[in-house]
Design a protein around this ligand. Sequence first.
Ligand code: NAD
Length: 365
Amino acid sequence: MSKPRQQQMQMQRIKHDELVRMAVEIFVAAGSDAKEAECIAQHLVEANLAGHDSHGVVRINRYLGWLRAGQVVPNRHAEILVDRGASLLIDGGFGYGQVIGAEAMDLLAARTAAHGFAVTALRNSGHLGRIGAWAEHLAKAGYVSVHFVNSSGLGILVAPHGGSDRRLSANPIAAGAPVAGGPPLILDMATSVIAEGKIALARNKKEQLPAGYILDGAGRPTTDPETFYAEPRGAILPFGGHKGSGLSVFCEILAGSLTGGFSSHPGNPTAKRLVNNMLSLAFDPAAFAGTGFLHADIERLIAWTKASPPIEPGGSVLLPGEIEQRVRQDRLANGIPIDPETWAQIRAAAAAIGVTVPHHPGAAS
Ligand code: NAD
């Protein structure tokens, strides 16, 4: 992202385990039990490690705001509403998505082991964070999976193709596949051209967005993240024009209409809270062409795809999830860069519940 308005920002790297400790302390002070606080903290920091800062610790103050407003309820657990063996309808009770998502994925893995294929329809979960984490969860168990997510109510941010205001959610899709002897392939993408959290981060860092990402409140193209948040609110464009817009509509149907969590529509009963709904399908390769075949064929696919001559000198072909793995290696070794504005927001949110977070390491005083 370009930086025409960038002020003197001192990005400092902070060790991931320090961030986890800080986040655990904050969520315990906010009323979560120790296990829940650890689960939320680990998920957020894992998103930072993967390079998705929009879904990392920058979310802490937003989560605390939702907590104060009663939009997320601490210490809730996934509840099975309908059990048909290979399919489960699960209600999240508006609990933290990190806990509800992990419990739903444990249930999905168990049912996949039993039936070879299983599906969970999760509704009324708090923010599920980085959706790739759920595909990783299943890939660790050896399963191939695909996940469709929508946000009812508060998550309405995206203009449909040809439209000029907010009608749809950012509606991510994730998919995962295990790779023998290596990290899994993980596709994890919003169906909007950019995730909303990245607009918030650009605003914090005083950066402009690339052209073609957002519209202002009058439906005009803009690069200024401030105009997106000003009244009347702007909108994010879908990725890939009509194709991304169509995928987004099907995220609404699969994650919202099929689960009972509702599609993005201001008339739905959860319109005032940030709710994620997720339809997840998991496949045990042993029930299909076999685990050995899957691993060998993925290996062939990886080798063939990556052998494409780079279009730019010195470039390389990356597979889904590879960039996140690279960023993870760097950030595990060297820390996670956090800008002073994001840090100040976390500090203020923590202070409001009696937790002292030190000044940003890059701050003047
Ligand atoms: P992105 O555009 O950074 O990455 C999308 C995918 O492209 C990833 O699988 C990545 O591995 C791959 N990729 C990136 N660069 C590549 C390259 N050069 N070559 C090949 N592949 C490449 O992701 P995004 O769409 O900005 O989404 C960011 C995060 O936001 C995701 O983790 C997503 O789950 C999350 N999100 C969550 C919600 C929610 O409601 N919970 C909503 C929207 C987005």
